[in-house]
Design a protein around this ligand. Sequence first.
Ligand code: ARG
Length: 461
Amino acid sequence: MAEKAWGGRFSQATDQRVERFTESISFDARLAPFDIQGSKAHATMLSEVGLITADERETICTTLDEIGQEIAAGQFEYRIELEDIHMHIERELTNRTGDTGRKLHTGRSRNDQVSTDVKLFLRHSIDQLIDLLEDLQEAFVDRCERDAEVVLPAFTHLQRAQPVMANHYWLAWCEKFERDRQRLVDCRRRTNSCPLGAAALAGTSLPINRQRTAELLGFEAVSANSLDISSDRDFLMEFVSDLAIIAVHLSSWAEEWILWFTTEFNFISIPDAFTTGSSIMPQKRNPDVLELIRGKSARVIAANQHLLTLTKSLPLAYNRDLQEDKIPVFDANDTVTACLELAAAIVESAELNVDRINSRLEEGFLDATTLMEYLIKKGVPMRTGHETVGSLVSLCEKENVRLAELSLEKFQAACSSIEEDVYEILGVRNAIKAFVSEGSGGPGRVAEQVAIWKKRIDERS
Ligand code: ARG
């Protein structure tokens, strides 16, 4: 049992099945750089408060850096008997430095250590994800130049509803991803307090300086309660639920573009580099990437459930169940990272099929609501206007014409308030100009929003 860091009180070797069952090195090895970062800060603090000497600190930090380089270069061997990344690194340090290495774990436990490592990982991941969300927003905003004149039908219930500028669509996605970005910024703020020094669950009798370790690791604060710290996984639940929302947003965007990519819609072309073929139907071009972005949201939603279920009903403080937290966190992180990267690439490279969109723009009475509002402006009560336009649409359907093609006589037969100027608001291009309210999809308001977004993107870079 000499092999085990905790082997002192044990007289029997661990059953091999237990070793295989309890290990986490198969999934926590990626924490290595953060474990080393945390240990170096801890060693520095220990030397400053006199628990180890400056020379010992130097030996520990240099050796940890060497180990880190070997791990990064793939020259490090993992063994399940050593359980997890923390034990691997500490054991290797001890192998190389003897008693000096045996001092590193002073005033610390794996419980506060693992929490610190995961928080450092999370901070790093959040920064990367924020960059990726910003890249995706930028890809949408970059489209605004080329799609500035394009008008699209917007849908409710997937039925043609009212026209909007294409850029209104792009910025709608930007807004959603902006809330996602802000949620991550928020999550980072709450994550950014240092667990180290909580030790197992009660703190320590040794004269450690937690403020100093926190400062060395760039944490904004020291987490307050050692019992809370050992059991706290809120930051992970928050992170993964933020990711689940991103994944859900991506799935809706992907679904929309999958529809737009069908022969029936034919709104959009996606370059060959981002589509795939069929092994049996030679003519096919499939939006597999979009479908997988849509499909992979399931994993992230499941990861969210996984973490909540894992932590539900756990008593204070650390329980080994918590080791399993990393599996959903890493999976959700990697999945959303990959989805965001590809989403940005597709948004950047796709083209709207403007001729095709325009050729069908006058279908579906996209100008009907504008006509109703025209009646309201003429003093007709809203409900009466609604009925009147409803009956006019029904008349058009019978005669197979558009609202703009009805004669003034027919309009006036339906409602005497309608005058010659009605033709100025009919037809999709006219109808869309009528949208002037703040946040609407009309050209003026959309141009305002595009300018705001461009400025925002410029200021970021
Ligand atoms: N591998 C463990 C985990 O990921 C590290 C903490 C172990 N703590 C303990 N008391 N056994 O949670």
